[in-house]
Design a protein around this ligand. Sequence first.
Ligand code: ATP
Ligand code: MG
Length: 564
Amino acid sequence: MTTLESTPARDFIRTKVSEDLAANKNDGRVVTRFPPEPNGYLHIGHAKSICLNFGIARENPGGVCHLRFDDTNPAKEDVEYVDSIQEDVHWLGFDWGEHRYYASDYFPKLYDYAEQLIKAGKAYVCDLSADQAREYRGTLTEPGKESPYRNRSIDENLDLFRRMRAGEFADGSRVLRAKIDMSSPNIIMRDPTLYRIKRSSHHRTGDTWCIYPMYDFAHCLSDSIEGITHSICTLEFEINRPLYDWILDQLPVNSHAQQIEFARLNLSYTIMSKRKLLKLVEQGFVTGWNDPRMPTISGFRRRGFTPESIRNFCERIGVAKRDSMVDLALLEHTIREDLNERAPRVMAVLRPLKVVIENYPDGQSEDLEAQNHPANPEMGSRKVPFSRVIYIEQEDFMENPPKGFHRLAPGREVRLRYAYFIKCHAVVKDEISGEILELKCTYDPATRGGSAPDGRKVKATIHWVSAAHAISAEVRLYDRLFTVENPEGDKEKEFTAFLNPQSLETLTDCRLEPSLATARPEAHCQFERMGYFCVDLIDTRADRPVFNRTVTLRDTWAKIQGKN
Ligand code: ATP
Ligand code: MG
């Protein structure tokens, strides 16, 4: 049996949690939360936070992780996002049980806390315009100036705040501010705004409120209301921590979590700002939040990533205190590794070239035995039909092969995977365009199963499908969405300037072996020699499957880059 003591902590946050448990802090409870704002779909960066928060809860006896919608900014939020977030967290393999909360449910409590701060002389209503407030705030090198409204009486503040709530004042005309220290070296502490007036319908509270709490006020108090013990967030909130603690210290709260910051995930060739991802969706650069090129969880899912591969990736990158950039190739490597194990092998011809096997009887066909996973006999085998007319991949034939090309060419013999040796005798071309229309070949019946009794060898094995039996499909070849490692790194150009024009190639005339006729949406497979693919969840129809390329077999990207 493993005890807590004997389990080595994997990172500084888990170390801290274990220490707190050992000291019986928080009465031995571990309560974390994942607090997305429902203003977009979850992305791979969120996956890191989900694995961390739900992971820590799962690893500790009695641990709990809350899903809290941080819905304090009505203008950008939507139920579509709430639904997608829940679906994605579940798909990743985590569950909040009964612990689903909305910060908006706390609006009445938060309002009461604000009045308590006013009554304690710790908050005031300020009438400075946004521009004036900015001017008064000072800079990193200069202290701020106190607002002329800072010394209003408690009664006046209470009256004004209540009237703010009652809708007596225009949007933006007044705010509630904490009374802390305008000369603090930490700008966050210079009388931060706690409430603002905003007439905007909220997706849950409708028009009940015309004042909304700011993030810094709502977040610490939501943590406290829920009894969170470890409030884990990304590094940029380190400077907000004094405010987190200040607010909780002023109020008679029962629970005060420890805020712990970690480095957010940055991934090469990827953007993660929800605002920018929304722009890609709204301006039609992608088909939606779940476009298989998007770094969203639903995009990766549709692309064919598995929850296990994303969890493994998060495990591998670990949790640190310093910002860094993770290579997208590592994520691709992780899914390749996972699919290598689990994806059955099948044959699919993406760019068909017709081959007529002239010595194979017309109208005849036979079933050949093919293994579903050559390295794993437990995955069994299947039958693949063979007949006189087959398709092979265009790139597997060259009329004038250069040195080093070992696949099919005039006069040359190759092996058809799981079938026979065939030899090419003639090339039929379009008289005008010169396009190759079909190849005339013969097969050697003695090589059934792929080897010759006389011991002669061939240098290549290629995949194929029987023309009469194949099903046709659309195949979408995806590549990286951006052409540069850091699409946000250019000061002159917008990130959209670095979109990869070749991020999607759609092939509409693909031929697949008939076993794929029954493949269900989201099923994974390896098209032998071509990559890992999955059945598209959205666009697949019973009579017309659509396959998405999840990842190539090897990293072709590095090679292309190397040539430039
Ligand atoms: P944006 O700035 O694009 O709006 P956000 O970080 O504000 O994104 P939230 O919905 O507030 O998005 O994030 C929910 C949780 O996910 C937060 O706790 C946040 O720290 C975490 N998170 C967001 N992005 C990343 C990332 N790239 N790596 C790790 N954690 C992240
Ligand atoms: Mg946020």
